[in-house]
Design a protein around this ligand. Structure first.
Ligand code: NAD
Length: 364
C-alpha cells in the first residue's frame, strides 16, 4: 500500500505529522512518500503542483493531503496560487465525489454553536460534486461589458455548467451511499433561478427511478442553509454541486463543534482517493502548535476504509479519537470549561496512546 503524503502549507505540516504518527502506530506495512504541494512547492519548484508531486499522487494507492494556502500568495497570478494544487489534483485524478461526513461526537455536543439537543447524535453525510460547476466552467475571466447594467465597464465572469453524465454519476454515488445509511437523499439545488440546477434536479430525479428503496427530497440551497442550523438531524445524505457543497459543508462543520473535526474523502470512479481535512491552512494559527489534528487523523481513517480496504484499522483510529475525547482532551477550537486544553502534538500522542492501548495522560 503506497500512500502519497502531501502536507502543504500553514498548519498542514503540523497536522500531517500527527496523522503519520497515528498511521505508523497501526503496525500495518505502508510505504509512505512525501512531496511538496501548494505554496511550499511554489517556493521550491515555481509551481504549486509540480510534475513530481502529481506523478507521486498518480502512482499511489491513496493520497493524504494536509492543506494549502497563505495570504502572502494572494497577489500571485491565479495559476501559481497554492489552491490551484488541490484543484489540479482533483481534476487530474478525476476525483469527482467528495464525501464530507458531519458527525457530532457525544463528547462535543457542548462545543457546537447550536443547542446540544439539536446536534446530539448528529450524523449526516454531505456528498459534493467536485470537478464541475462554476469552479471549473469555462469561459471565465475579465473583460469590458458590452451589455448589462453598465455597458463599457470592467466586469468579471465565470461559467456555471453541468453535463448529464457528471450529474448522473454523483447521483448514483449519493443513492448508493444512502443505501448503507438511513436511505434518504436530499438533493440541494437552485432550480428556481438557475438553468444548470433545474437540469441537475431533472437528472437526479431520473436516476432516482433506479433506487425506489431510497427516499429523495429536493431542496433549494437557501432553504438547506437554513434547515442545517434549524433541524440538522432531519438530513441524512445531502448531494449537491461543487459550490453549494463547499459552502454547506463548512456550515455543517460548525454543527460538529469545529472545522478541525471534519474529515473528507474525494474519490474517483474506482474509489482511489484523496483524503484531507475540510479546513484550510489556517495561517492565523500556523506554527503555534495549537491546530486540531483530528480532522486529518479521521481522514486517514477514511482512507483506510475506502481506498486501502482496512476497515478494522479505520475502526481503531475512530475508537481512539472517541477515547481521547472521552478522556477530556481538547485542542483550543473544541475546548470548553472542565476539559483539558492540549496542543497539536499532545493530541496526536494521545490518539497513538489510545491505539496502542496505553493510558491516555491528561496532565497539564
Ligand atoms: P481555514 O479553514 O484555514 O481557517 C478558518 C478558521 O478555522 C481559522 O480561524 C482557523 O484558525 C480555524 N481552523 C481551521 N482549521 C483548524 C484546525 N485544524 N484547528 C483549529 N482551528 C482551525 O480557512 P481560511 O482562513 O478561509 O483560509 C486559509 C487559507 O487556506 C487560504 O489560503 C485558503 O485559500 C486555504 N484553504 C485551503 C483549503 C485546502 O487546502 N483544501 C481549503 C480551504 C481553504
Amino acid at each position: 500500500m503506497k500512500i502519497a503524503i502531501l502536507p502543504g502549507d500553514g498548519i498542514g505540516t503540523e497536522i500531517m505529522a500527527e496523522a503519520v504518527k497515528v498511521l505508523n502506530a497501526l503496525d500495518l506495512s505502508f510505504e509512505m512518500e512525501s512531496a511538496l504541494v501548494g505554496g511550499a512547492a511554489y517556493e521550491a519548484h515555481g509551481h504549486p503542483l509540480p510534475e513530481s508531486t502529481l506523478n507521486l499522487a498518480k502512482a499511489a494507492d491513496a493520497i493524504l493531503f494536509g492543506a494549502v494556502g497563505d495570504w502572502k500568495y494572494d497577489k500571485l497570478e491565479r495559476q501559481f496560487r497554492p489552491e490551484q494544487a488541490i484543484l489540479g489534483l482533483r481534476k487530474h485524478l478525476g476525483l469527482f465525489a467528495n464525501f464530507r461526513p458531519a458527525l457530532c461526537y457525544e463528547q462535543l455536543t457542548h462545543a457546537s454553536s447550536l443547542k446540544p439537543e439539536l446536534v446530539a447524535g448528529l450524523d449526516i453525510l454531505i456528498i459534493r460534486e467536485l470537478t464541475g460547476d462554476i469552479y471549473f466552467g469555462q469561459p471565465r475571466g475579465r473583460r469590458t461589458a458590452v451589455d448589462g447594467h453598465f455597458p463599457g465597464a470592467e466586469e468579471a465572469f465565470d461559467t456555471m455548467r453541468y453535463s448529464r453524465p457528471e450529474i448522473e454519476r454523483i447521483a448514483h454515488v449519493a443513492f448508493q451511499a444512502a443505501r448503507q445509511r438511513s436511505k434518504k437523499v436530499t438533493s440541494v439545488d437552485k432550480a428556481n433561478v438557475l438553468e444548470t440546477f433545474q437540469f441537475w434536479k431533472d437528472v437526479v430525479t431520473e436516476v432516482h427511478a433506479q433506487y425506489p428503496d431510497v427516499e429523495l427530497q429536493h431542496m433549494y440551497v437557501d432553504n438547506a442553509a437554513m434547515q442545517l442550523v434549524k433541524a440538522p438531524k432531519a438530513f441524512d445524505v445531502i448531494v449537491t454541486g461543487n459550490m453549494f457543497g463547499d459552502i454547506l459543508s463548512d456550515e455543517a462543520s460548525m454543527l460538529t463543534g469545529s472545522i478541525g473535526m471534519l474529515p473528507s474523502a474525494s474519490l474517483d470512479k474506482s474509489s482511489k482517493g484523496l483524503y484531507e481535512p475540510s479546513h484550510g491552512s489556517a495561517p492565523d494559527i500556523a506554527g503555534k502548535g495549537v491546530a486540531n489534528p483530528l480532522a486529518t487523523i479521521l481522514s486517514a481513517a477514511m482512507m483506510l476504509r475506502f481506498s486501502l480496504q482496512q476497515p478494522a484499522a479505520a475502526d481503531r483510529i475512530e475508537s481512539a479519537v472517541k477515547a481521547v475525547l472521552s478522556a477530556g482532551l481538547r485542542t483550543g477550537d473544541i475546548w470548553s470549561e472542565g476539559t483539558k486544553k492540549v496542543g497539536t502534538r499532545e493530541m496526536g500522542d494521545a490518539v497513538v496512546a489510545a491505539i496502542t492501548g496505553k493510558t491516555i495522560t491528561t496532565k497539564t
